[in-house]
Design a protein. Structure first.
Length: 265
């Protein structure tokens, strides 16, 4: 089995894309069958965008909110994603011991995700159970896209004076080559700084669209010298568009042009 980042790079090359579409369905509040509504919404998005998307990122919360039926809708949705397109389950789990092992079994075992997002706050022993699954990938939170992130992540660490997220990023990447970082797509200085410090790392970059991030600026700030290394996450601007396929293609093309411009400098 090829490792996750090799498969991700192959998907990016084949699709000529750095676009990651988040599958975060919100069925109408008056829906009589929200699980079926979730599946229908995802089926449309996947079918219309699959030619332009390098990876999909379902957020577990949008399925867990509807209990067992919501999770069944997630399982059915995952079966609709082409086998050559990686799936990153956005779970942000953080625990240790048997609990972390149970989370890993759920996400990598039962749901068979290609990669997951985790919080590194509890240290490496919260990540080790996930690293025991060969060929899978992990994106650890470094700099997140929410406004209040700066209250903790931008704290200065002494005596170096570095941002806390810099220290976290360096520590996390030292644990395994199967690890990438979550770096906000709406924080261009953080993307640029972490790229300069970690030229080979993969970044998963949410915050594009509704949270103010611009895909082309995120790509310019965080792209690697080989034109890869960053997945720009778009959710509502694609999934809620009148024509999700057209929206995905436009984002793909915008980022492709941004890569070309960035690498000419």
């Amino acid at each position: 089995m090829k490792d996750f980042f090799t498969r991700l790079e192959e998907s990016c090359r084949v699709k000529d894309s750095l676009l990651c579409v988040g599958l975060d369905p919100a069925p109408p509040k008056d829906s009589k069958n929200p699980a079926q509504a979730i599946l229908d919404m995802n089926a449309r998005v996947i079918e219309e965008t699959k030619d332009y998307v390098a990876a999909y990122k379902p957020n577990m919360a949008f399925y867990e909110a509807y209990g067992s039926e919501g999770l069944k809708a997630l399982e059915s949705s995952l079966k609709l994603i082409p086998k050559d397109t990686p799936v990153i389950l956005d779970a942000k789990r953080c625990d240790i011991g048997n609990t972390a092992s149970a989370y890993a079994l759920s996400l990598f075992g039962h749901l068979a995700a290609d990669a997951v997002t985790l919080s590194p706050y509890m240290g490496r022993d919260g990540v080790d159970p996930f690293l025991s699954y060969p060929g899978r990938g992990i994106f650890l939170l470094a700099r997140t896209s929410n406004p209040a992130a700066k209250e903790i992540q931008d704290l200065r660490v002494q005596p170096s004076g570095e941002f806390l997220y810099q220290v976290v990023a360096r520590q996390c990447l030292s644990w395994s080559e199967a690890i990438g970082l979550v770096v906000a797509g709406n924080d261009y200085p953080a993307l640029s700084l972490l790229r300069s410090e970690h030229p080979r790392a993969w970044f998963l970059s949410p915050g594009i669209g509704a949270q103010g991030g611009e895909a082309d600026k995120a790509v310019k700030a965080g792209i690697r010298a080989d034109s890869l290394g960053l997945l720009a996450v778009v959710v509502r601007a694609v999934c809620e568009a009148p024509d999700p396929g057209k929206a995905a293609r436009e984002f793909r093309d915008l980022m492709r042009a941004s890569v070309t411009a960035a690498l000419k400098k």
